[in-house]
Design a protein around this ligand. Structure first.
Ligand SMILES: O=C(O)c1cc(=O)[nH]c(=O)n1[C@@H]1O[C@H](COP(=O)(O)O)[C@@H](O)[C@H]1O
Length: 238
């Protein structure tokens, strides 16, 4: 995952994506296609982004019975993305089925996409988790439990906040991926995210990749904003 900055293309359609990408012509980015865009455009948006040389995180957060997730992943594998995800709350058997499906759908000789599991959404606070999910342990313990289950199921890593990344590395190992959304510059508004961290904090926590959406996609000058983010993320001014 080589310390990537993944841009969340949370747009309503391909025309909006084209408009966003225009100033980035010639640059090969790592982008995330989530539910909003994929449910409108389907696989064609993945093929278009691939043709432009971008790496793709297809973020559909599968969460269903193992058989359904197996079949869905088998189909998704044909799109040849770099990274896909499921919800760890679906359980170990479901996660293992996701991986099997991915392997079954990946053409022979090709590398299967990395597969990671969402632990606790970064929009969830500890208080909310305890109240709504009736989980009695700390949020970090809950994330660590999901991370262990994910590892046992054979997946490559998790989606978590940067606040849990160091404990996950320590407990599960440095080669287990931690992909972290909820990243904000100190001047950004937090919006609906609860467990937010700055890119500097994420870098020091040793996260594998950060996911950045609105701070770049809603800025007045997305290219300038992306370049600034890359400098901060890579620690150019350290
Ligand atoms: O799986 C994800 O990508 C994800 C998991 C999570 O726990 N929190 C989270 O924010 N995300 C995604 O990461 C992106 C964050 O976007 P911004 O909050 O605009 O930077 C969105 O596309 C979310 O769907």
């Amino acid at each position: 995952m080589d310390n990537s900055l993944i841009i969340a293309l949370d747009y309503a359609n391909a025309a909006e994506v084209d408009q966003f990408l225009q100033p980035f012509a010639g640059k090969e980015l790592f982008v995330k296609v989530g539910m909003e865009l994929f449910y409108q455009e389907g696989p064609s948006i993945i093929h278009r982004l691939k043709e432009s040389g971008h790496r793709i995180f297809l973020d559909l957060k599968l969460h269903d019975i193992p058989n359904t997730v197996y079949s869905a992943m088998k189909g998704l594998a044909r799109m040849n993305c770099d990274l896909v995800n499921v919800h760890a709350a679906g359980g170990k058997e479901m996660m293992a089925a996701a991986l099997e499906g991915l392997e079954a759908g990946t053409a022979s000789g090709k590398k299967r996409p990395y597969c990671i599991a969402v632990t606790q959404l970064t929009s969830t606070s500890e208080e909310q988790m305890k109240r709504e999910q009736l989980i009695g342990v700390s949020l970090e313990e809950s994330v660590l439990r999901y991370a262990s289950l994910t590892k046992e199921a054979g997946l490559d890593g998790v989606v978590c906040s940067a606040w849990e990344a160091a404990s996950i590395r320590e407990k599960i190992g440095a080669d287990f991926l931690s992909v972290c959304p909820g990243i904000r510059l100190s001047s950004d508004s937090v919006g609906d995210q609860k467990r937010v961290a700055t890119p500097e904090f994420a870098r020091k926590a040793g996260v594998s990749a950060i996911v950045v959406g609105r701070s770049i996609t809603r800025s007045a000058d997305p290219l300038k904003s992306y370049e600034h983010w890359m400098e901060v993320w890579k620690g150019v001014h350290q």
